[in-house]
Design a protein around this ligand. Structure first.
Ligand SMILES: [Zn+2]
Length: 382
């Protein structure tokens, strides 16, 4: 049976015979690899001396500490899923595991879906591990691809073949990972050791692996500040008056930052033209070119409104932010996405609570399941 050495594809329909031999068309966008060629593991520089020394900005809570220690033990023998609620400090949970690997002179990679977060995370990890060479590899940052600790977008994993002794995969249940066999295959072939998956909303695939015993799940339902997760209030209103409900809600929170998630870019633009007359307002969608700047301005303003689409549902921490999901019953939103959007609220110690509102045109099972999931997580945290 033929198998692509990079994306692990075995489907014959994707194999083509070129002048140099067989190659795989499934992952050809990452460059051509020949099937018959011996694939030597990519060799990288040895891990630097002392790179394992770390200091955290805040000490871990007892609950975090327990999970961190257990995870570092398990990665010698098994893949691990860290199933943590949004805002549980998942990066800090893997620091001990990273340190352990670096101490054994082993290579570690932290792969995340979005480019923006790669640069942020590199800074943070470089702060934690002052003696380690921490490199960011993503679009626009590809001159340097070797370090002790490599932080990259999932797409960049194709550069590494059987390299990592520990691969940390952030949100394998989210876009662009979700449902992409090619990216999953590429992640699989980039490592030679075990893997830690980080997720607040693990999908069926991850849970299946847990059932089959190929992965051990550790659950953390508590944020470091110990406060419960904000549970959304669901309000069913006719579409015609939904806008008024939104204005009323924004008015109530006019002294705070508010994120309003909408199902489409068109809807975001449409609402923007009305709202910017009433509130300091910005737009943040996949069409927003200067997204970093828009986010920075929104963060600094402390009382603005950000109209955004699902591109903003993950990875962002804003102090004292409130969240409204407009037309939360839309088929664009899924349960995991709704959990993530609600998870933007109450993340920092100074503002551990906040308000989440789901405005729906009709009863929505997805919204109800999201509320149920958050309530259950709160109950389990006690
Ligand atoms: Zn392939």
């Amino acid at each position: 049976m033929m198998q692509c050495p990079r994306c692990l594809n075995t489907d014959k329909a994707f194999f083509y015979r070129g002048s140099r031999g067989w190659y795989c068309r499934k992952c050809i966008s990452f460059g051509r690899v020949m099937l018959e060629e011996e694939n030597e593991p990519v060799s990288l520089a040895p891990v630097s001396e002392g790179s394992e020394e770390y200091t955290l900005q805040y000490p871990l809570t007892k609950a975090q500490e327990e999970i961190a220690v257990k995870c570092a033990e398990l990665i010698d023998t098994s893949d691990v899923l860290l199933h943590c609620v949004c805002g549980a400090g998942k990066t800090e949970l893997v620091v001990l595991s990273i340190a352990k690997m670096l101490k054994e002179k082993k290579k570690v990679c932290f792969a995340i879906p979005r480019r923006q977060v790669v640069l942020e995370l590199r800074e943070r990890l470089a702060g934690y591990f002052p003696k380690a060479k921490v490199v960011a590899v993503c679009g626009g940052h590809t001159e340097e691809t070797d370090g002790d600790l490599i932080v990259c977008t999932t797409h960049q994993l194709y550069r590494y073949y059987r390299v990592f002794d520990l691969l940390i995969l952030d949100e394998p249940d989210a876009f662009p990972f979700r449902g992409s066999e090619v990216l999953h295959g590429i992640a699989e072939t980039s490592r030679k050791g075990h893997m830690i998956c980080l997720s607040a909303t693990p999908d069926q695939e991850l849970l299946r692996k847990e059932r089959e015993g190929s992965l051990i799940r550790l659950v953390l339902n508590r944020r470091p500040h110990g406060h419960p997760l904000p549970v959304p209030q669901i309000k069913v209103v006719p579409d015609k008056v939904m806008f008024l409900s939104l204005i009323r809600w924004l008015h109530r929170h006019r002294a705070q930052s508010c994120m309003v998630f909408v199902p489409s870019i068109k809807k975001a633009q449409y609402l923007y033209w009305f709202l910017f007359l009433l509130f300091p307002c910005c737009l943040c969608t996949s069409h927003t070119e200067n997204r970093d700047e828009v986010i920075r301005a929104f963060r600094e303003k402390k009382n603005g409104v950000m109209l955004c689409t699902t591109v903003m549902e993950r990875g962002l921490t804003i102090e004292n932010v409130q969240v409204c999901v407009y037309q939360a019953d839309s088929r664009i939103f899924d349960e995991a996405g709704l959990v993530q959007m609600a998870g933007r609220v109450g993340r920092v110690f100074a503002y551990p609570e906040g308000d989440v509102l789901f405005l729906c045109r009709r009863r929505s099972e997805k919204a109800e399941r999201c509320v149920k999931a958050l309530r259950e997580a709160n109950l389990c945290a006690v």
